[in-house]
Design a protein around this ligand. Structure first.
Ligand SMILES: [Mn+2]
Length: 333
């Protein structure tokens, strides 16, 4: 166990919910880590004696999330306003969309593993968060172990998927995550069969977004690091990932969204080891441009209500330069 005290305290808090109505809320849109952990957690709560449990995904649900929900046979619940809430995998209440109002009224447990500071969660929240964990699914895995809860095959698959995607397909997984993944395989996960269900074929609009952004990209050198900046109307995070695939160490991709300028930031693991924390940079961008932001050291997102795309991108470059402690120079043609 990475953090036995956290797990023990969390187990006690959850046991205190016996007999209550509980809604588990993921961050907006959901992802395999938040949905996988919500699914298993809802089953654990039923065992603890919570009869009325529901899972809620705020805002619009991504296609990837939809296919996972249907695979797990998980039907979404509704918020009525008189339940206890458990927020999973959200680094700040902003990630709950419109639900943050209702949920912040008290009796809310937050289970998270982001590097972002959780100050935005007010007094009504009971925080169980540790950066020691590579996914919330890993926290739920340890919780199950602590409670002597036996995971069935479907639950093992749900946790496996969360661990897999939150470690960028195990590329940044450490030995502890892999040990847990192997244990889940012993419980019945067939990795290749399972992943075939979810490794979605990229549709044409996502391919075009990636290629357009590559064409528009501006490249900078900061010491020995290469930073790519670009902009595109949608698929910013997929595009940022693809720029790392082309060879950039860090990629920042912005686009106009419903909430102003939306920025996705990604970097390679070596950059994190050199001290870069994109979660903090995104939260800084959010603060400076009247929005919000956060995430992980290697992958984050910010929503900026003020400032245009160029302004936000150039500020991102400044913050990255500051972190690397060197000037950025544009790499010409
Ligand atoms: Mn996560």
């Amino acid at each position: 166990m990475r953090n036995p005290t956290l797990i023990k305290r969390l187990a006690e808090a959850l046991e205190g919910l016996a007999g209550e109505k509980v809604r588990i809320i993921t961050h907006s849109g959901g992802d395999p880590d938040s949905i996988g952990s919500a699914y298993v957690l809802s089953n654990i709560l039923r065992r603890i004696g919570v009869e009325d449990v529901g899972v809620i995904i705020p805002e619009s649900i991504s296609t990837h999330s939809r296919s996972l929900l249907s695979y797990l046979g998980l039907e979404l619940g509704e918020v009525r306003g008189d339940e206890a809430y458990i927020v999973v995998d959200a680094g700040s209440p902003h990630q709950l969309g419109g639900l943050s109002e209702t949920v912040g009224k008290g009796r809310t447990i937050v289970i998270d593993h982001h590097t972002t500071s959780h100050e935005a969660y007010g007094e009504g929240y009971l925080l169980f968060s540790s950066e020691d964990y590579q996914s919330v699914c890993e926290i739920v895995y340890e919780l199950a172990e602590h409670l002597g809860y036996r995971l069935d095959g479907r639950e093992a698959e749900a946790l496996y998927l969360g661990m897999y995607y939150d470690t960028v397909r195990f590329s940044v997984a450490d030995s502890e995550t892999m040990r847990k993944a192997c244990r889940l395989i012993e419980l019945g996960v067939e990795p290749s069969t399972l992943l075939q269900e979810f490794e979605a074929v990229m549709d044409i609009s996502e391919r075009i977004a990636r290629l357009k952004a590559a064409k528009r990209m501006k490249l900078y050198r900061i010491g020995s690091w290469l930073v790519a900046l670009s902009h595109v109307g949608s698929f910013q995070s997929s595009v940022a990932r693809s720029l790392l695939g082309l060879g950039a160490h860090v990629a920042v991709v912005a686009g106009e969204g419903d909430e102003g300028v939306q920025v996705s930031l990604r970097c390679v693991q070596e950059a994190v080891e050199a001290g870069l924390d994109l979660g903090r940079i995104a939260s800084r961008l959010g603060e400076e441009f009247g929005g919000h932001g956060g995430g992980h050291a290697a992958a984050s997102r910010a929503f900026c209500q003020r400032g245009g795309i160029d302004e936000v991108l150039s500020r991102s470059l400044n913050l990255i330069s500051e972190s690397f402690g060197a000037e950025a120079r544009e790499v010409g043609d």
